[in-house]
Design a protein around this ligand. Structure first.
Ligand code: NAP
Length: 636
């Protein structure tokens, strides 16, 4: 047992701080003890069962702890373990969607060659635009297939949205392990909810370890991409530190994300305002709020996250709220991961895998929360039983956190359903509102004066700094780069001529051959799936499948057919009518998930998560046209 801790008290501390479900599953996988399988999930353990489980784990670890990983169990055993994890028998669809989630294989979800790789023709190269999470995953997918690629990143570092967002207390708001890429095992997160800086170093670490760094060109800003129909490739006009350059690539994958373009608001009088106005995604390095009077406009995930920290530093904080949010608590938010738990990750074979699986499990069954139950509504319910129960719990939470302050409660409880917008996580926001030096302002903003903000009731609050946490221009997919497809079609003009950005399965658009979007229109799963990091992997694997097919068939173009694109979008619109967010109960008119101009869901894929996931793992090849270049076809 060289190098491991054997002290029972230390191991006990580790197990008590650990995810007991993951402890049970790892122990069962290691021992096969049937008594472990008979235990209920951790939340239902009585005191005796809990203590028995802890004792079993301590005794086993005393003898067996060590830095080993476990192989993927055979399918039937894996399925049994996954059923034990949540205490429910899952169907085949769910099993297929989640089977890689415990990440036993080296590259879960991603695709490799089944046999020998075909020769990769000269010039077959992928250009990936953006080096946030999705760009890095796509690059790793190319590495795995041995397909040449390069990444263009307009910033000077990896990280995408995690690079540009450096506002006070920026951090992840789902547990750090849900941000783990499944091919980089057992990362040592220092906190249960990692800070932005740590997410950036994580991405930098992954990029270096998997070879992506060497293929990334920083400070390279794509301006325009044009498909060359004669040569079946993309010409990319790029601003670089050495001036404009034109590059070529057979395939382009846009990984520029949803949150690249800050949404700025125009307020009457903003030219005259003598203080500073900052957007969180452009937080000035030199900005100290110590002793300042600060206004925060916007209470989405960003605005909410920063208020606690700002209130600590500022002399006076004003929180301007236009629409109240449903804000949820998170266990272990702000806490460090205990060294004992790190030890467990390293020395309890299988524990990391199952803790990763369990971290994603709360997302498995959220579909019911986002869809309306018409029978329930006919009986007087608001949305559906789960949604209504959650609304009640969160209302109680608001009452508790504000210390029962009715003046706040009246303005903080939303009149729409939870989960119809992106859930927001409480970072001490409600508590901050109860401080003497914090004021919640709900009167609409009328204008800025030279020194402050005037609300519609005529009150002026003097401020030094205004933070406009007003979100991002999510509807401007791909912006500001221009994409010109076949026949000179401009993608933005084509979208605008119809009803805003659309794609087939969020990724492909007719007339734009060899072009894929990660996190394109309607691709954020509305519910019931693995974590976002996993979705990036699932999407990249789809592109990997397309690359494999092109290479094995000698195709030089791949393009979605117009009819597949049309029928997919028709089905999507129909499915979206079931979503709470598209009803009055969902507060439809103010929600960045919805394209208000065209009155339809813009950001989300409305499908039940495992159904959406299957669209990427079981490619509908009938929807795609693969063609060889004329002279290639003539030669073969
Ligand atoms: P957001 O959710 O779009 O919120 C924008 C806020 O600004 C809303 O409160 C909105 O009010 C307000 N607003 C917009 N225009 C306004 C105007 N003209 N006047 C007054 N108020 C205005 O943006 P976000 O908070 O930046 O979050 C965007 C997404 O980033 C999140 O949904 C999440 O996916 C991601 N994010 C993640 C994390 C994390 O994981 N830790 C942290 C931050 C952000 P209305 O509600 O009235 O429109």
């Amino acid at each position: 047992m060289g190098g491991t801790k054997t002290d029972r008290a230390y191991i006990r501390r580790a197990i008590e701080a650990a995810d007991l479900n993951a402890v049970r599953l790892a122990l069962y996988q290691n021992t096969g003890d049937p008594d472990l399988a008979r235990l209920p999930p951790a939340a239902q353990l009585d005191d005796g069962q809990r203590e028995w489980l802890i004792e079993q784990a301590i005794s086993w670890l005393e003898e067996n702890a060590g830095p080993r990983s476990l192989p993927e169990p055979p399918e039937a055993e894996l399925r049994q373990l996954m059923n034990l994890a949540t205490g429910e028998e899952m169907g085949d669809l769910e099993f297929e969607a989640r089977r890689e989630q415990a990440a036993f294989r080296k590259y879960p979800f991603l695709v490799d060659w089944d046999g020998e790789a075909p020769r990769i023709p000269d010039g077959f190269e992928v250009a990936i635009i953006g080096s946030g999470f999705s760009g890095i995953v796509m690059a790793v997918q190319c590495e795995l297939l041995g397909v040449p690629y390069y990444v263009l990143e307009r910033q000077a570092e990896f990280g995408g949205t995690w690079n540009i967002n450096r506002y006070p207390d920026v951090r992840v708001d789902t547990i750090s392990s849900t941000y783990e890429l499944s091919f980089e095992k057992s990362y040592r997160w220092s906190e249960y909810f990692a800070r932005g800086e740590e997410v950036r170093s994580y991405l930098d670490h992954v990029a270096r370890k998997f070879g992506v760094r060497d293929n990334t060109r920083f400070s390279h800003d794509l301006k325009r991409a044009t498909f060359d129909e004669d040569r079946d490739l993309w010409r990319l006009e790029v601003d670089t530190p050495d001036g404009p350059q034109t590059l070529e690539a057979k395939i382009v994958v846009s990984a520029t994300g949803l949150f690249a373009n800050p949404k700025r608001i125009e307020l009457e009088g903003d030219d005259a305002f003598e203080g500073r106005i900052v957007h969180p995604a452009r937080w000035p390095e030199d900005l100290s709020l110590e002793g300042k009077r600060v206004a925060i406009i916007g209470n989405g995930s960003t605005g909410i996250q920063m208020v606690g920290k700002i209130a600590e530093d500022a002399e006076q904080t004003y929180v301007f709220q236009r629409t109240p949010q449903w804000i949820m608590p998170r266990e272990k938010y702000g806490l460090p991961v205990e060294p004992e738990v790190h030890w467990l990750m390293d020395n309890f074979p299988g524990y990391w895998n199952w803790s990763r699986y369990m971290a994603g499990a709360p997302l498995f069954d959220t579909h019911a929360l986002v869809t309306t139950d018409r029978d329930w509504q006919a009986e007087g319910g608001k949305v559906n039983p789960g949604s209504d129960a959650l609304r009640k719990d969160l209302t109680e939470y608001i009452k508790k956190e504000t210390g029962g302050r009715q003046d706040l409660i009246d303005r903080l409880v939303p009149d729409y359903a939870p989960f119809s917008r992106r859930p927001v996580v409480d970072n001490g926001w409600y508590r901050a509102l109860t401080r003497d030096d914090v004021e919640l302002v709900t009167d609409p903003i009328a204008r800025l004066t030279e020194t402050g903000i005037e609300t519609a009731d005529g009150t002026v609050r003097e401020v030094d700094v205004i933070v406009t946490a007003t979100g991002f221009e999510v509807v401007k997919y791909l912006h500001p780069a221009r994409f010109m497809g076949r026949g000179g079609t401009d993608i933005h003009e084509a979208w605008e001529a119809a009803d805003g950005p659309r794609a087939w399965i969020g990724m492909m658009v007719p007339r734009f051959p060899n072009f894929f979007m990660l996190y394109g229109p309607n691709s954020q799963p509305v519910s019931s799936g693995p974590s976002q990091a996993t979705w990036f992997t699932v999407w990249s694997a789809f592109i990997g499948r397309c690359l494999k097919r092109m290479l094995t068939e000698g195709a030089s173009r791949i393009e979605v057919t117009q009819s597949a694109y049309d029928s997919y979008n028709e089905a999507l619109d129909e499915e979206a009518t079931k979503l709470v967010m598209m009803t009055r109960e969902g507060g439809i008119e103010k929600n960045y998930y919805v394209n208000n101009e065209h009155g339809r869901v813009q950001v989300n894929a409305p499908w039940y998560g495992p159904v959406f996931q299957r669209m990427f793992s079981e490619v509908d090849w009938d929807a795609l046209e693969l063609t060889a270049k004329r002279e290639d076809a003539a030669r073969s």
